[in-house]
Design a protein around this ligand. Structure first.
Ligand code: NDP
Length: 517
């Protein structure tokens, strides 16, 4: 749904929600006044100590209740995703419901282990009668800003681990998917204590107000342009932030690829979510030996895709204009439209489009299109092709398509990206145990897996000293005996440490002399 902010007759601001399949307004959603964003964060802050204080076992029970509420609401979620984002039913069920059930299950199953403290075991000779641990504690209030392209899955990837870890969350969904946001928030309100998840509705003004309202960490998914602004605001306040800013993913098809699978998989990865996926295949490099057959098969498969049943519309007229502009620039400069190319409607639907004859400096090859456009490029020299794969500012995911799994893995590992898949693409974004994110302009943030907890928790070190001795070696006074002891320790380490015959006796002698000094 395109969300357009407008004034209601009573003077309040609302988001006018337009169905992207028709362009018709279907609802309005009240916007959170900017001067009330701080109050939402304050409510989340007030709720946080009690939420953390419930303990992990109780929080798990409540997050499980949220999962059940979410599953019970699944048909409503799917129909809202159709109305709000034009999502085909099969796509909404698989990527936004089934995958999220797995997400809940994995975090609920793993969180005890993931939050278990690391023991600090100390050398009893140097550090007698001391012990401790490093434990993970919630950061406090997480400020979460999420996009419209996966308006359920992307927020849940943060919400579920953040809540289990003991945080509360102030969340702003995209102004283009406010009703899905409101539904998810309503489910949270039904099962969680007040203030544990606070909702902020609006656009950039509310987003900026949230980032600057005193949250303890920010998790942002969206464009590079906005990500830079969010990072700058966080930098000024020394608030840690996690950024997931998209990609310009490539698929590399080797001559020995399973042609049928490569065609099916790449057509899905390019045109699923109408290409509005940070991990969509937006560039496809194909060995020249296979190129003509591959292009013909991709074009034939793409022509069978059904408007709105397989491929939905773009989210907004502005997004549609970007896609049209990328295609038009490529065609003006000599690219060939092998199928698609038009935007006949309904609504903001753009045909899935296959291009050949493209150059690396065309917009379709250089910038994130975020639409259903697949440029296919032949290569003779694999090394040069891989250099071109790495030649964008992004680094999210890359796939290699080959029957030689070891070769595919080795080639992928040579690339600068966060996810490598062989004979598949993009789906690992839905895997809760697989780290998601990448270097360069992709932002460096990590969603999913235990590594996501680094953004949502802070390690605290606790050491208890059971009064082993009155005096530590490194305390005052500094004297000759201390220097001899230190020198002795170093000499022992150089000769093999405690394993050296007589090492313990020598060490005890050094320590006794130091204690007597
Ligand atoms: P944006 O990054 O432009 O915006 C994301 C949200 O942040 C919007 O609500 C935006 O409001 C808000 N915002 C703007 N300024 C600030 C600020 N200073 N502080 C906090 N929040 C702010 O994403 P869009 O949703 O508009 O999509 C545009 C492009 O982003 C797409 O074409 C695509 O390239 C990329 N994208 C990437 C995604 C991914 O998964 N990595 C997902 C979706 C989009 P406002 O609209 O008023 O600017």
């Amino acid at each position: 749904m395109a969300g357009v902010l407008q004034q209601d007759p009573d003077g309040s601001t609302v988001i006018a929600c337009l169905d992207p399949r028709s362009g018709q307004q279907v609802a309005t959603v009240p916007v959170t006044p900017v001067d009330q964003v701080g109050a939402a964060v304050a409510r989340a802050r007030a709720a946080q100590p009690d939420w953390h204080g419930l303990g992990l076992a109780r929080r798990k029970v409540l997050v499980e209740a949220l999962r059940q509420a979410f599953l019970a609401a699944a048909p409503r979620v799917v129909s809202l995703l159709a109305e709000e984002c034009g999502r085909p039913g099969g796509e909404a069920w698989t990527s936004e419901v089934v995958a999220n059930n797995d997400l809940f299950a994995w975090w609920l199953g793993q969180i005890d282990d993931l939050l278990t403290a690391d023991p600090i075991s100390l050398n009893p000779v140097n550090y007698p009668r001391k012990g401790g641990r490093v434990q993970l504690e919630p950061v406090g209030v997480v400020g979460l800003i999420t996009p419209w392209n996966l308006p359920v899955a992307i927020p849940l990837r943060c919400l579920v681990p953040a809540l289990l870890a003991g945080n509360t969350v102030a969340w702003k969904p995209s102004e283009h998917s406010p009703r899905t946001g409101a539904l998810l928030h309503e489910l949270c309100r039904q099962v969680l204590p007040p203030g544990v998840v606070e909702l902020v509705q609006g656009d950039g003004a509310q987003g900026q107000a949230l980032v600057t309202a005193g949250v303890d960490a920010v998790v942002f998914t969206g464009s590079v342009r906005t990500g830079r602004r969010v990072a700058a605001l966080c930098g000024e306040r020394l608030v840690p932030c996690s950024l997931e800013l998209g990609g310009k993913d490539a698929a590399v098809v080797l001559a020995d690829a399973d042609l049928e699978r490569a065609v099916e998989g790449i057509v899905w990865a390019a045109f699923g979510l109408a290409g509005q996926n940070c991990a969509a295949v937006e560039r496809c490099f194909v060995d020249a030996a296979l190129y003509e057959r591959f292009v013909d098969a991709v074009v034939a498969r793409t022509r069978k895709l059904r408007p709105l049943l397989d491929v939905g519309p773009l989210i907004t007229p502005a997004q549609l204009e970007i896609v049209k502009a990328h295609v038009a620039e490529a065609v003006d400069r000599g690219a060939v439209v092998r199928c698609g190319g038009g935007a006949p409607g309904p609504g903001w639907y753009h045909e899935p489009t296959v291009l050949t004859g493209v150059q690396d400096d065309m917009l379709v090859m250089a910038e994130e299109t975020f639409g259903p456009v697949l440029p296919i490029v032949p290569f003779d020299d694999l090394e040069q092709a891989l250099a071109r794969v790495d030649g964008t500012p992004y680094g999210l995911t890359t796939s290699i398509w080959t029957r030689d799994l070891a070769l595919g893995e080795a080639l992928g590992l040579g690339l600068r990206c966060g996810v490598v898949t062989v004979n598949n693409h993009a789906f690992t974004g839905a895997l809760p145990m697989a780290a998601w994110g990448g270097p360069k302009d992709t932002g460096g943030g990590v969603t999913s897996s235990r590594f996501a907890l680094y953004h949502l928790t802070r390690p605290r070190t606790v050491v208890l000293d059971a009064l082993g001795q009155p005096h530590e070696m490194w305390w005052f006074p500094y004297n000759e005996a201390l220097e001899r002891l230190s020198g002795g320790l170093v000499e022992l380490a150089r000769r093999g440490g405690a394993r050296l015959p007589g090492a313990r006796a020598a060490l005890s002698g050094f320590i006794a002399r130091w204690k007597d000094s």
